[in-house]
Design a protein around this ligand. Sequence first.
Ligand SMILES: Nc1nc2c([nH]c(=O)n2[C@@H]2O[C@H](COP(=O)(O)OP(=O)(O)OP(=O)(O)O)[C@@H](O)[C@H]2O)c(=O)[nH]1
Length: 136
Amino acid sequence: MSLPARSPIDVAVGILMKPNGDVLLAQRPHGKPYAGYWEFPGGKVEPDESILDALKREFVEELGMTVLAAEPWCGVEYVYPHAHVRLHFYISREWLGEPQSLEGQAFAWQGSVGVEPLLPATIPLIEWLDRLRYLG
Ligand SMILES: Nc1nc2c([nH]c(=O)n2[C@@H]2O[C@H](COP(=O)(O)OP(=O)(O)OP(=O)(O)O)[C@@H](O)[C@H]2O)c(=O)[nH]1
């Protein structure tokens, strides 16, 4: 017997990219599924909220940063044991503020991404991102 399909949860994810190509990653705090794994900052979209609004809200709540503009880049769907997620990745080159660890999480600006482990759904993004950043 198969389990009933759960509808995916929409997640807004932001890739802040500096002019030199460095991107911001954050480590998932204790108490969340996959705590200690690295991810691009973001979180679940609330009912009646646009993806861009969710992205902006999550950056304020998690890092105290204001995203001024962001463009949709790609979407990834992934089924974890704890959730079926639909990830909406945005790239931003315009923001205000420096990251603050408001949830006790570590963060890192990375060129070639060297932090690990990464969330499984995010791993393929790194290669796509390198193509975008370094191969033009
Ligand atoms: N932010 C973010 N989430 C990701 C990435 N990759 C990925 O699979 N996810 C998944 O997307 C979901 C995000 O949910 P979350 O728990 O972080 O969201 P949230 O901050 O709203 O959490 P909350 O439920 O504590 O309020 C998780 O299931 C996480 O595993 C990524 O690169 N960034």
